[in-house]
Design a protein around this ligand. Structure first.
Ligand code: ZN
Ligand code: ZN
Length: 119
């Protein structure tokens, strides 16, 4: 059993490399780049989402790294798996554009009130 898992993992590693070679290491959904945000220490880090659940893939199944694997950041990856079966990459892309709230904007009311206990 361990042997089978090990073999599958190694094969998966090769597929991961091909996926990254094609799509790069930026999140396919939100374009997050670990190298850009965190520098050298995290450069090249990215999750790879499997379109088909590995547990349901038969041993003979050959992964197509350009169709079955997508580089995604941990945030988008978590959203993909909020549903079981997972959302598709296209669905999460649509979620990402569906909110009009500006990112990282400080709520005006909070900014005006100042830090708690300042008065
Ligand atoms: Zn992302
Ligand atoms: Zn996944």
């Amino acid at each position: 059993m361990r042997q089978v898992i090990g073999t599958a993992y190694e094969r998966d590693c090769g597929a991961r490399q091909k996926c990254i070679a094609k799509y790069g290491t930026n999140c396919f959904i939100c374009k997050f780049s670990f190298g850009t945000e965190y520098g050298k220490v995290a450069d090249g880090f990215i999750h790879v989402h499997h379109l088909r659940e590995l547990s349901k893939i038969r041993k003979e199944y050959v992964i197509d790294p350009t169709k079955d694997l997508w580089p995604v950041c941990p945030n988008c990856h978590a959203v993909l798996h909020l549903r079981n079966p997972a959302y598709t990459v296209e669905e999460v892309l649509a979620f990402l554009g569906s909110t009009s709230a500006p990112r990282c904007a400080r709520p005006k009311a909070l900014a005006a009130a100042g830090p708690p206990g300042a008065q």
